[in-house]
Design a protein around this ligand. Structure first.
Ligand code: PMP
Length: 417
């Protein structure tokens, strides 16, 4: 699969060779680096992409959820053109940030006040800083398999807590006993419990309602703040995953699609926590309120991603996952699809679908095979096998994906056995 892949992409291969001469590690985003060399995309339209060598793809990666609106949403393009006409980089506050903040506080239950950043990583670092300042405590509880940003990665095994920028203590995801034990051990020192309501990078593993409710109770008991990292999951309803769950954290972090595809992050929560930024806490950042992100975000969240659109996208994803799992079950193939709504991840030989995957025998090779077979079928997904549906993806595109998955199950029966 790799040799066929490489033979068809001489221009992407050559670009990779040149990039290795000037970019540390050959690129600037670990997640899109894979062997033998990554495909370089150069153009996008709605849910289609074209690479440097001229191949066309159906884009089901959806820029790891940031590409919710596709590549050419006319209302977002119009908002950006309008900003460009008025000029960029004013070193000042502006109406766009007030409007976007009002939209988000109006939708997400836990957001009484919000502030903007350039990325989800920064949003999490700022939320954790705010929690530490508010509680006067140092430690943060996070979960194995969790991902909160480039410097906030928590692998399942061999994670080196020493390289993390803050003092973390780790528990097992979806394991109430583990979370309770860790919270009790560090109760007096715990500033925050940070959790993804669904682990995204960890394989689209939904947190159970019981587990997330238990974290709410543990935060109340210990005096730690509960932070929901909804950088990915906020797309699951107008009010995010928290509205769907009926569990309200003290703070929430956001990112990805909210600025219509421009760089974005946000953190917010209770008024008393966020009031620290009027006094003892500073939060500067040249591009925090950049006019491209703020004004694209106002249109994206105010006009396009309405509650009805969010609900329809959620249902489309639920139907896709059921269809793919039905197809795998009917073929008796050892693959399954997890996730919530429009986010779907493939798993091979996974023993416990409700837990972050302990990778089964040969899981990684099958994951790679799946990725390259989909590319060969003209379908672009995240290398780890994650799909994030964007709004332009319609029934015809989902049919095409289902056909490609069925062909994979058929053609790779031997490897899957
Ligand atoms: N939190 C979660 C749950 C994420 O999925 C990500 C990005 N994949 C981040 C935080 C970090 O966001 P960013 O890449 O914008 O820094």
């Amino acid at each position: 699969a790799r040799a066929a892949y490489a033979a068809k992409r001489p221009l992407s291969a050559a670009l990779h060779e040149r990039a290795l001469e000037v970019l540390g590690g050959g690129n600037t985003r670990t997640v899109i680096a894979y062997g033998p060399f990554p495909t370089a995309m150069t153009r996008g339209e709605e849910c289609r992409l074209w690479d440097l060598d001229g191949h066309e793809y159906l884009d089901l990666c959806g820029e790891y959820t940031a590409g919710l609106f596709g590549h050419s949403e006319p209302r977002i393009h119009a908002a950006l053109h309008d900003v460009l006409r008025r000029g960029i980089n004013f070193a000042s506050v502006g109406p766009g940030e007030e409007k976007l903040a009002r939209l988000l506080c109006g939708r997400i239950p836990s957001l009484e006040r919000v502030r903007f950043t350039n990325s989800g990583t920064e949003a999490n670092l700022m939320a954790l800083t705010a929690a530490r300042a508010f509680t006067g405590r140092p430690k943060i509880m996070a979960f194995r398999g969790g991902y909160h940003g480039g410097v906030l990665t928590f692998p399942f095994a061999g994670s080196s807590l020493a390289t993390l920028p803050l003092p973390f203590v780790l528990a097992d995801y979806n394991d109430i006993a583990s979370a309770t034990a860790v919270a009790q051990e560090h109760a007096a020192d715990l500033a925050a419990i940070i959790v993804e309501p669904m682990q995204g990078s960890g394989g689209c593993i939904p947190g159970t309602t019981e587990f997330l409710a238990a974290l709410r109770a543990l935060a109340n008991e210990t005096g730690a703040l509960l932070i929901f990292d909804e950088v990915m999951t906020s797309r699951h309803s107008a009010g995010g995953m928290q509205a769907r769950l009926g569990i309200t954290p003290d703070m929430t972090t956001l990112g990805k699609y909210i600025a219509g595809g421009m760089s974005f992050g946000a953190f917010g929560g209770r008024e008393d926590i966020m009031a620290q930024f009027g006094g003892k806490l500073a939060h500067a950042g040249t591009f925090n309120n950049n006019v491209l992100s703020m004004n694209a975000g106002v249109v994206a969240m105010g006009e396009i991603f309405t509650a009805e659109v969010a609900e329809a996208l959620y249902r489309r994803g639920e139907a896709l996952r059921a269809r793919l799992n039905g197809l795998a079950a009917a073929a008796g193939a050892p693959l399954s699809f997890t996730g919530i709504g429009s986010m779907v991840s493939v798993h091979f030989r996974t023993p416990a679908p409700n837990r972050p995957y302990a990778q089964g025998q040969g899981e990684e090779q099958l994951r790679e095979l799946f990725f390259f077979d989909m590319l060969e079928a003209g379908i672009y997904l995240a290398r780890r096998g994650m799909v994030a549906l964007s709004l332009p993806v319609g029934e015809a595109e989902l049919d095409r994906f289902a056909v490609a998955v069925a062909a994979f199950v058929d053609n790779r029966a031997e490897q899957l056995r």
